[in-house]
Design a protein around this ligand. Structure first.
Ligand SMILES: Cc1cc2nc3c(=O)[nH]c(=O)nc-3n(C[C@H](O)[C@H](O)[C@H](O)COP(=O)(O)OP(=O)(O)OC[C@H]3O[C@@H](n4cnc5c(N)ncnc54)[C@H](O)[C@@H]3O)c2cc1C
Length: 520
């Protein structure tokens, strides 16, 4: 007789048996695997794409650190605004104080140099100044472009710390006895008769395989911004472009949901506004070049200019184009839905600059981890790309006609903005005065801008031990989550926090799973 598990699947035959199975080979999955392996478990990492790295490898590579766990907790509590329990945030805050030491251990694999520095948080909350970043400054003899030609970092190659960190992590995985299966998506979780997670169904070139996980499964499958279906169900604004990685399809969410997992933070993603690529087959939005963040209540930097304003489809300004953390919340004002017209009058919105400012600021910086793309960006090709995205209008009348707005309204918008620049005060939306530049001298330049999701935070709820919880806050036995799959941020984001979650959540999940008594 065939033994049947809690979700009705047969349990007698296994194609492979491991102690801990990790789903996803980004930073979070890799750290979970390293920790489970170092705790003595036999570990398998499943990665559905032909290449590892996920969105992680495209990142800025900056991991949040903290000097004082209590202060970091105070800050995180405000950042999450009651959407995440204290003990979960305390665990992350404590972990942030250990990240530098952890980096040092990882970096010894290949002699990589650390870059560790103080850097305040993003919003004026208690604990703001306890934070810093750590990243990988240099890996001796490592050529990022040669090793990862399919990755375009949003930072220039010499600053591509996300790629360097991934190199350090990959070398650590290779140093250990960890099995990695590429092009092998986890499809479904398997549970035993007592509802414990005991394995997975995995898609492979050779058909579906059944892999037993004797100790536990860590879901580290990243975000869901590449799933139009999940986006539509959880986000008001549409369309939203994805920033970097088409593997982020929320698979871990579905697998956890099948076992009754509760979900959190699905609405809140880390995003900004940016451009559509002129090639319709190019799957990613193009984020703006990152401007330095500024903290409300502290003087903004006087040397940082932003030469554009945004207007809606009527030609009116509608937001502070330079919110404190541009990459966190800048998409949010675009979400407005007008029930009178049944449309989103700010999607797309239009970015406007004038002749004086044109060319003073590089607008485009494409990012991806994708073997199917063959774009190679150089300063020249980026300039060419910008010229295809940012178009010219010879006069106000021409600009109004090209945007399809009333010239009188657009003229009023520009006059008001230019007067605000002269007065050095944006009475309408509170943009920091030093950043303000007039849009006055024709010819004008304009581009459509769209909401862009850098990465999501939502997914299965977890506790401080990274155990996935059901809707009654009970752990689903032997199931863990790490990284941005079910991240803690449910209100505002702390820059570098996603990767702090990959490390702290990853090492916690790996150790916890490896600490369980193996199933027979
Ligand atoms: C341009 C950019 C810059 C950023 N910079 C920073 C930064 O400096 N600091 C910071 O903290 N955060 C940053 N972030 C966010 C950060 O990179 C991510 O939140 C983090 O790397 C997510 O890591 P992860 O391991 O959870 O997910 P991922 O790195 O996406 O890894 C998940 C992996 O799971 C795989 N997978 C998915 N489904 C399955 C399945 N069914 N079976 C098997 N495998 C599957 C995916 O293919 C992927 O490889 C940045 C994001 C972007 C876009």
């Amino acid at each position: 007789m065939v033994r049947v598990g809690g979700n009705g699947r047969a349990l007698d035959t296994w194609d492979a048996i491991y102690d801990v199975v990790v789903v996803g080979y980004g930073y979070a999955g890799a750290i979970a695997a390293i920790e489970a392996s170092d705790s003595g478990s036999d570990v398998l990492v499943l990665e559905k794409m032909p290449q590892p790295g996920g969105i992680s490898i495209c990142s800025g590579g900056n991991v949040r650190t903290a000097e004082d766990a209590e202060l970091a907790f105070a800050y995180l509590k405000e950042t999450c605004a009651g959407t995440t329990p204290d003990d979960v945030l305390q665990a992350l805050a404590e972990g942030m104080t250990e990240v530098v030491g952890y980096f040092e251990r990882l970096a010894s694999v290949n002699g990589a140099k650390l870059d560790s520095r103080l850097a305040a948080g993003n919003y004026p909350f208690p604990g703001l100044d306890t934070f810093g970043y750590v990243s990988i400054g240099e890996v001796p003899g490592f050529d990022a472009a040669a090793s990862y030609p399919h990755v375009s970092s949003y930072l220039p190659a010499h600053r591509a710390a996300g790629i360097r960190l991934f190199k350090v992590i990959e070398d650590n995985i290779a140093q250990r006895d960890i099995s990695v299966w590429l092009e092998s998506p986890a499809l479904r979780l398997l549970t035993g008769p007592d509802e414990e997670v005991c394995g997975l169904v995995v898609g492979t070139k050779h058909g579906e395989l059944r892999v037993k996980a004797r100790q536990g499964v860590v879901l580290a499958s990243g975000g869901f911004e590449a799933s139009a279906e999940i986006q539509h169900q959880h986000w008001q604004e549409k369309p939203v472009l994805l920033a970097a990685f088409r593997g982020s399809t929320g698979d871990g969410i579905r697998m956890a949901q099948e076992l009754g997992a509760d979900l959190w933070h699905m609405w809140n993603y880390h995003g900004t506004y940016g451009f559509k690529h002129p090639d319709p087959d190019y799957p990613y939005g193009i984020r703006l070049k990152r401007l330095p963040d500024w903290i409300p209540g502290r003087p903004p930097r006087s040397d940082v200019k932003m030469p554009w304003i945004l207007v809606d489809q009527k030609g009116r300004r509608f937001m502070n184009e330079y919110p404190p953390y541009l990459q966190d919340t800048a998409y949010r004002p675009m979400a407005l839905y007008d029930p009178m017209t049944q449309s989103y009058p700010r999607i797309p919105a239009y970015l406007l600059i004038d002749q004086e400012a044109h060319g003073t600021f590089p607008l485009c910086s494409p990012t991806f981890n994708d073997r199917e793309l063959s774009f190679e960006y150089s300063p020249e090709s980026l300039k060419d790309l910008e010229d295809r995205i940012v178009r010219r209008a010879n006069s106000l009348a021409d600009l109004a006609a090209k945007l399809g707005v009333e010239e009188a309204i657009l003229g009023e918008t520009l006059n008001r903005w230019n007067a605000s620049c002269e007065a050095a005060e944006d009475v309408d939306f509170g943009r920091p005065p030093p950043s303000m530049m007039k849009v006055a001298t024709p010819p004008f330049y304009y581009a459509e801008v769209w909401p862009i999701c850098s990465n999501t935070h939502g997914g299965p709820v977890h506790n401080a031990r990274q155990q996935v919880l059901n809707a009654f806050k009970e752990p689903i036995p032997r199931l863990y989550a790490a990284g941005e799959l079910g991240g803690v941020f449910g209100h505002l984001y702390l820059a570098g926090g996603n990767m702090a979650e990959c490390f702290v959540g990853g090492w916690t999940a790996g150790r916890e799973a490896a600490g369980l008594e193996p199933l027979q």
